[in-house]
Design a protein around this ligand. Structure first.
Ligand code: ATP
Ligand code: MG
Length: 466
C-alpha cells in the first residue's frame, strides 16, 4: 500500500513544484523585459535632455516619478561617478551609490536582482547614448518594481495546487487501499486453502481465477501430491520391512519351539536338521538387513558419491570370478564377452553391487545346464553392459514390479531360491545415481536380458539439479 501511495504521490508533488517554479520564473522574466524596455526609453530621454549635465529638466523629473509610481517602485539616477542625482523617494540624493550591480552597470551591463525580503525586482542599467560611436556610459539608472502582485498570484496558485494535491492524496489513498487489498486477496485465498487442506481432509486446493494464484495452487497441488506419494511409499516400505524381518524370526521361533518340544530320545539328525533350518533363517535375516543397509546408503550418499576412473573390463572379470563358485554350484555356464577396453567414471563399490545383483539373479533364476552371458561395449559417450541368461524368465505382469522393493515373483515358488526382493531396487538406485539407464526384456521359460547404460563421464551438475 505504501509503495502504491508513493508511486501516486511523488509525481504529483514533483509536478506541482516544477509548475510553480516555472510560473514564477516566466512571470519575473516578463516583468524584467518590460522594465528593460522602460529603462531604455528613460535613459534615452535623460541623454537627449542633458539631464545629467545641467541637472535641470522638470519634464524628466516628473516622468521619472510617474513611471516609478506606475511600477509601484522607485527610480534612482546616478552620474558617471555614481553620485545619486535623482531618487524618486528623495532620500539618497547627493550620496555615492556603491553597489556591485551599479558598478557592473557602469561597465555597460544590465543587471537584475530579485529582492525577496522586500518583495521587489531591481534592475540596474547603464545610461548610454546610442548615437555616439563609442557609446560612453553617462551614469546608472536603477529601477525597482514591487512584486506584491506576482507573489499574491503565486500564493493563490499554491493554494489551488495544495487543494489539488490534497484531492490527489485522498484519491491515491483510497486507490492504494483498494488495490493493495485486491492484490493481497488471492494470497489470502491460497493461504486459507492450504490451511483448510488438513482440516477438511482434502487432497488438493482449487483456485480457478486465471491469475498467478492458479499457477501457485497448481504447483502446490503437484508438490503436495508428490509428498503424499512419498509418504505412502515410506509407510508401505516400513510395513514391508517389518513384515520381511518378522518372517524369518517367526520361523526361527517355530523351529526353536519344536526343538524344545522334542523328547529326550529324539534322534540327533532331527536336531541337526532343525538347527540347519534355523541357521538358514538367520542367514536370510542377515541378507535382508544387509540389503536394507545398502539401500539406505544409496539414498544417503546421493551427494557424496566416490567417483573414480575405473577399468570396467577388470571390474567385470573380478565380479565373474567371485560368482564362478555359485555358477558352478547351479551348473550354469558363465561367459564374458568384451568388445573393447572400457574405462568409466563410477563409484566402484556401488556400481559393482549393481552389476553383481544382475549376474547373481541370472545364475539363481536359471536351470541346471543353462548359461549366462555378460557382454561389455561402449561408444564415445556411454558404456553398455548386457546380462543375458536362458533361465526361467519373468512373466509380463512381474516385469512391471521387479524393481520394487521386496518384490519377488511368485513368492511361494521362489521360496526354494533364497532372496530378499531388494537386489534389483539396489541395482536401479545405483544406476540412477550414475545418471544411467536400465532396461529389461524377458520371455518366460526362455530367458531374460538386462541392458545397462551409463555415461563414461560422470555429470555432477545434472546430479545436483536432480
Ligand atoms: P536378492 O537379490 O535380495 O537376493 P531377489 O533376487 O529375490 O532377492 P531381486 O534381485 O530384486 O530380488 O529380484 C526380484 C525378482 O525378480 C526375483 O525374485 C525374481 O523373481 C525376478 N528376477 C530377477 N532377475 C531375474 C532373472 N534373471 N530371471 C528370472 N527372474 C528374475
Ligand atoms: Mg537378486
Amino acid at each position: 500500500m505504501l509503495i502504491l501511495m508513493g508511486a501516486g504521490l511523488l509525481p504529483a508533488l514533483i509536478l506541482t513544484i516544477v509548475l510553480l517554479h516555472n510560473y514564477e520564473s516566466r512571470m519575473t522574466s516578463a516583468e524584467v523585459n518590460r522594465m528593460t524596455a522602460q529603462v531604455g526609453l528613460l535613459s534615452g530621454e535623460i541623454i537627449t535632455s542633458g539631464y545629467l549635465e545641467n541637472g535641470e529638466a522638470e519634464g524628466i523629473n516628473a516622468e521619472l516619478t510617474s513611471v516609478a509610481d506606475a511600477y509601484s517602485g522607485r527610480i534612482m539616477v546616478t552620474d558617471s561617478s555614481l553620485k545619486i542625482v535623482k531618487d524618486t523617494y528623495g532620500m539618497y540624493e547627493g550620496r555615492i551609490f556603491l553597489w556591485e550591480n551599479a558598478v557592473s552597470a557602469m561597465n555597460g551591463a544590465n543587471m537584475t536582482y530579485y529582492d525577496r525580503d522586500n518583495s521587489c525586482l531591481v534592475l540596474t542599467a547603464p545610461i548610454v547614448s546610442k548615437s555616439e560611436e563609442e557609446m560612453p556610459v553617462h551614469g546608472v539608472l536603477l529601477m525597482t518594481e514591487s512584486t506584491d502582485g506576482l507573489e499574491a498570484s503565486m500564493d493563490y496558485i499554491l493554494a489551488v495546487a495544495l487543494v489539488g494535491l490534497l484531492i490527489v492524496v485522498l484519491a491515491v489513498f483510497v486507490g492504494a487501499v483498494f488495490l493493495s487489498g485486491k492484490l493481497v486477496e488471492p494470497m489470502h485465498l491460497v493461504a486459507l486453502a492450504i490451511d483448510g487442506l488438513e482440516k477438511n481432509n482434502e487432497t488438493e486446493i482449487c483456485i480457478d481465477d486465471c491469475l498467478e494464484t492458479e499457477e501457485i495452487s497448481n504447483s502446490f497441488n503437484h508438490y503436495h501430491e508428490r509428498m503424499r506419494f512419498l509418504d505412502n511409499s515410506r509407510q508401505e516400505f516400513v510395513s514391508n520391512v517389518s513384515h520381511e524381518l518378522k518372517t524369518p524370526l517367526a520361523s526361527i521361533k517355530v523351529l526353536a519351539d519344536s526343538i524344545n518340544g522334542m523328547g529326550e530320545n529324539a534322534p540327533i539328525e532331527m536336531y541337526r536338521e532343525f538347527m540347519g533350518d534355523i541357521t538358514s533363517e538367520i542367514d536370510r535375516e542377515t541378507a535382508i538387513i544387509n540389503n536394507l543397509l545398502s539401500l539406505v546408503r544409496m539414498d544417503k550418499s546421493k551427494a557424496d558419491l566416490n567417483i573414480t576412473v575405473v577399468n570396467i573390463n577388470e571390474l567385470l572379470e573380478m565380479l565373474l570370478k567371485r560368482l564362478e563358485p555359485l555358477a558352478a554350484k547351479q551348473e550354469v555356464e558363465l561367459v564374458m564377452e568384451s568388445f573393447r577396453p572400457v574405462t568409466a567414471e563410477v563409484d566402484e563399490v556401488k556400481f559393482s553391487l549393481a552389476i553383481m545383483n544382475l549376474i547373481e539373479n541370472a545364475i539363481k533364476y536359471n536351470n541346471a545346464g543353462g548359461w549366462v552371458h555378460v557382454s561389455l561395449n561402449s561408444d564415445h559417450q556411454y558404456c553398455y553392459i548386457r546380462v543375458e541368461d536362458n533361465g526361467r524368465g519373468i512373466s509380463e505382469e512381474a516385469l512391471e514390479h521387479i524393481f520394487e522393493r521386496f518384490y519377488r515373483e511368485d513368492k511361494s515358488h521362489s521360496r526354494e531360491i533364497s532372496g530378499t526382493g531388494l537386489g534389483l531396487s539396489i541395482t536401479k538406485d545405483a544406476i540412477v545415481l550414475h545418471h544411467g539407464e536400465i532396461r529389461v526384456s524377458s520371455i518366460p521359460d526362455e530367458g531374460t536380458v538386462f541392458d545397462v547404460r551409463i555415461p563414461l563421464k560422470y555429470i555432477a551438475e545434472e546430479g545436483k539439479r536432480k
